[in-house]
Design a binder for this molecule. Structure first.
Ligand code: FAD
Length: 376
């Protein structure tokens, strides 16, 4: 099926695999605007291109790859390549290779090229508003009118740091994992790595080679057995999900936040540095005070404490709840029926914040949009 014509756009905006169109005069109208061109936006685009609905994917990044572009240099996916694939096209590397950050970025770039997805970048959406039968999508490089909007903006742009007393007084370096690149700035320093998930484990493993690093976690993290990786987690959680849907009893699955023993983390365990302590009580100007009252000088704190959904662009629609999320029925907003959400986490579809899981949400969303936009 041929790709729908790309709507007019401002000059200088890059779109891959589509002919350049000239400056948009007036407001382009499309059936669907997808906001965000990371893996969730691309998976949605993959299913949209088979429908004949006109659509465009607006992405704030300069280049393909979504959040993966900003991950630290040594990041290893916890899901093997074969289980880190978007719909239609497996990532190279098979069932036993854990891809690097760069491989993930490269795969996403080639994916959007392969399917000639109509991604426009860099385009940052500031607001989505109602206007009669349409939603109006206002961005820094243009305005689009759409019958349906899919928000797929991920959470990398909204890093979360917990409240700790005295944090504002602390004069050392504070860095969220979203901004951590490599261990170089920390060589020879005293560093606390806070957060018990996969990012905490991987960054601690790396820093412990060059710095005096301590891993601070709320409770003892769950280190998975060596043979359990993202694929097993996904299979196990899928089985539990199905059992619950069918009303059958099921054990609690391992969480996607449990630590997968990718090779660098295993190596850190073998060096006996994968030990944790419970959180400190408060910051001082130069360090922290531990629970037993001991005061310590600390050069830097790396926060591996997760993310919240990046949803400011939806504020004008009045769909954000007190917890910062959108109330959904499936993936569709309860308060604004022309709005769907893909990616983010389990609240928008089971495992939809993973490469292999997002395809399922995207397919379901596109099927619903096709139904919703079908002539009565
Ligand atoms: P993103 O990749 O964040 O893409 C969203 C895009 O939307 C970005 O390009 C962003 O710039 C853009 N955007 C945001 N706001 C706007 C706006 N207002 N206007 C226009 N564009 C906007 N998953 C796996 O499957 N396997 C793994 O091994 C794995 N490891 C992980 C390790 C870590 C440390 C982390 C943090 C996550 C990992 N994940 C893994 C989870 C998951 O794959 C990622 O979080 C994924 O990047 C989410 O994709 P997304 O498309 O939803 O969001």
């Amino acid at each position: 099926m041929p790709l729908p014509a790309l709507p007019p756009r401002a000059p200088g905006i890059e779109a891959r695999g589509v002919a350049r169109a000239e400056v948009g005069r007036g407001m382009p109208v499309v059936d669907v605007v997808v906001i965000g061109g990371g893996q969730a936006g691309l998976a949605t685009g993959y299913h949209l291109r088979r429908t004949g609905l006109s659509h465009v994917i607006l992405d704030a990044q300069e280049e393909p790859g979504g959040a993966w572009r900003h991950a630290w240099e040594s990041l290893r996916l916890f899901s093997p390549a074969l289980f880190s694939s978007l719909p239609g096209w497996p990532m190279e590397g098979g069932p036993d290779h854990y891809p690097t950050r760069d491989e993930a970025v490269d795969y996403l770039g080639r994916y959007e090229e392969r399917y000639a997805l109509p991604v426009l970048r860099p385009v940052r959406v500031d607001a989505v508003r109602r206007e009669g039968a349409h939603l109006v999508v206002e961005a820094d490089r243009g305005v689009w009118r759409a019958a349906a909007v899919v928000s797929a903006t991920g959470s990398w742009e909204a890093p979360y740091v917990p409240e700790y007393p005295g944090r504002e007084r602390y004069g050392g370096v504070q860095l969220h994992s979203a901004r951590y690149r490599n261990p170089e700035p920390f060589v020879g320093k005293r560093v606390l790595v806070v957060g018990g998930g996969n990012s905490g484990a991987q960054i601690l493993a790396e820093l412990s080679r060059v710095a005096d690093a301590t891993w601070v976690t709320l409770r003892e993290p769950r280190l998975l057995p060596d043979h359990i990786d993202g694929r097993h987690l996904f299979d196990q959680a899928t089985a539990v999900y199905r059992a619950r849907q069918e009303g059958r009893a099921s054990p609690e699955p391992a969480s996607l936040g449990d630590v997968v023993m990718v090779p660098p983390v295993r190596e850190a365990r073998d060096r006996r540095v994968l030990r944790t302590v419970r959180p400190f009580e408060r910051f001082t100007a130069e360090g922290v005070v531990w629970e037993d009252g001991r005061e310590e000088r600390v050069d830097a704190v790396v926060w591996c404490t997760g993310f919240r959904p990046a949803l400011d662009h939806l504020r004008p629609l009045g769909v954000l709840e007190a917890d910062g999320r959108v109330r959904l029925e499936g993936n569709r907003s309860v308060r604004e029926r022309r709005l769907w959400m893909v990616g983010y986490g389990n609240w928008t579809g089971f495992a939809s914040a993973t490469l292999i899981g997002v395809g399922r949400s995207a397919r379901a969303v596109v099927a619903e949009i096709v139904d919703a936009l079908a002539p009565a």
